[in-house]
Design a binder for this molecule. Sequence first.
Ligand SMILES: [Zn+2]
Length: 193
Amino acid sequence: MHTRSLTAGLLVAGMLASCQTRRVFADDVGPVRVGVVWYDVGLPSACRVDVDVVEKELRAVFDAMGVVVDWETPDGAPIDDRGRTLMIAVPDDALGRPLLLGATIRGSRRSWVFACAVARELARPTRRAPSRASLSRAVGRVAAHELVHVLLPGLPHAGSGLMAARWYPHVLSGATLFADPATRLAIRRVALD
Ligand SMILES: [Zn+2]
């Protein structure tokens, strides 16, 4: 879930400038909508997820930020994103980075969630494989983190919550996960662009 955020200072400066010059506030513009296309590739049975649970968890995180997710699950990989974000569940990071639970190519609308890495992280405290329901919920949270990277490619990681750079098992499995105030505000401002 790490992405490079080297321009954080510039982004903050830009946000402050837009606060001063625009007289429209994010809360005035109604719900923000984002399109997500979800599919998985090659998940072994131990890392397979319940897509309905993934969707429900991702929606819950974004609902709390005032963002409505338009969710699609095609039979195969779509050719064209048509303005939507493609989210692909795969077993592990093809680049072999062991600490990553998900990844987004900065500036693109394409994210990956590493379902087997999420399962291993969930199993770390108890040494027991997670249930499909808890794995699916955790995968939905990782997907939500990556979707924020897609929508706000310059936003730096937060100190805690949804956009923290590093997650521990309790973040994957604990009570409802929320984004920090700066992330929530930035997401709402997407509607003004
Ligand atoms: Zn991240």
